[in-house]
Design a protein around this ligand. Structure first.
Ligand SMILES: Nc1ncnc2c1ncn2[C@@H]1O[C@H](COP(=O)(O)OP(=O)(O)OP(=O)(O)O)[C@@H](O)[C@H]1O
Ligand SMILES: [Mg+2]
Length: 289
């Protein structure tokens, strides 16, 4: 069946020689495009690839089954159009052996084939979520007990900070949350160490990664506030008017109080250019004492 591909789909289908990342809305044709890519690879006249040499991994079993079923259907359509094509016949024969599976089952198969290199039992099985949670709780309880016994001041300070001397539920929750979060990184411990290194600095707080993030946020907020006020407030008659004082209050009292930073304000002496005051708030604020 020949389809009218959209330009974006065509682009995804034809892309070769590198990594292709496709991000598109639900139902926009991602699987259809992937099936077409696979079909084109295995029927490529110049550089054909056998179906069992491809690796297609999905997140769910349903998606893997859908992929297999759609590939089989697409190949059957090709066969109907070219019934005597030996190459297609061979690919149809190889398709059941193609590596189309979930990430989990691909990893299991890889481990099972190489268990002797990893020094693990070939009988291993993938743990159920409930089992994983129980094992995590047990491991965590063991680690916590050892840490309390070791009386490391840094650990005790952390426990006190998070749990405030009561039960250490908040601390264990934080550890588990962090553990779960870092699992999405390819090298979790390296990532964790890199984050830890960011704290090991004597730089003033405003120059740290977090300080700079806060500064950028405050700067953006100030710019936005200034732009909104310039747009919506009527021209300011002079610096002694009530509106001018509320401005001054906002800039000199509220901002330092809420952000810990002091904007520099320079009031224009001319009523007609009164709003220059807004523009001259320096967003690279100086930290108030
Ligand atoms: N160019 C096209 N012309 C006609 N129909 C199309 C086209 N591209 C995709 N479709 C149809 O749109 C439907 C959704 O496509 P598909 O399942 O590939 O989307 P998807 O992005 O994988 O969806 P999901 O996000 O649910 O996984 C299918 O019925 C498919 O045949
Ligand atoms: Mg899909």
């Amino acid at each position: 069946m020949s389809r009218q591909w959209t330009p974006e789909q065509r682009h995804c289908i034809d892309a070769r020689g590198g990594t292709v990342l496709v991000s598109a809305a639900a139902g926009s044709g991602k699987t259809t495009v992937l099936v077409e890519r696979v079909i084109r690879r295995i029927t490529d006249e110049q550089h054909p690839v056998d179906a069992d040499r491809l690796l297609v991994v999905t997140f769910t079993k349903a998606a893997a089954a859908e992929m297999k079923q759609r590939l089989g259907k697409a190949l059957a359509e090709q066969m109907a159009a070219h019934p005597h094509d030996r190459r297609l016949q061979r690919q149809q024969m190889l398709l059941p052996r193609a590596h189309i599976s979930t990430v989990h089952s691909f990893c299991s198969a890889l481990l099972r084939e190489n268990f002797h290199l990893l020094d693990i039992s070939p009988q291993f099985k993938v743990a159920e979520d409930a089992d994983v949670r129980t094992m995590q709780q047990e491991a965590l309880a063991e680690v916590m007990e050892a840490a309390y016994e070791a009386r490391d001041p840094a650990f005790l300070a952390l426990a006190e900070l998070l749990s405030g001397g009561r039960d250490d539920r908040k601390l264990t929750e934080a550890v588990l949350r962090l553990y779960t979060f870092i699992q999405s990184h390819p090298f979790p411990n390296d990532w964790l160490q890199a984050q830890e290194a960011l704290y090991a600095t004597n730089a003033p707080i405003a120059n740290t990664t977090w300080g700079q993030t806060v500064r950028r946020y405050v700067s953006g907020t100030l710019h936005h506030g200034v732009a909104m006020l310039r747009k919506w407030l009527p021209p300011m008659p002079d610096r002694c008017s009530p509106i001018a004082s509320s401005w001054k209050y906002w800039l000199t009292i509220l901002i330092p109080r809420t952000t810990g930073m002091t904007p520099s304000i320079c009031w224009s002496s001319s009523p007609s250019t009164g709003w220059a005051a807004c523009a001259s708030i320096r967003t690279s604020c100086s930290k108030s004492g």
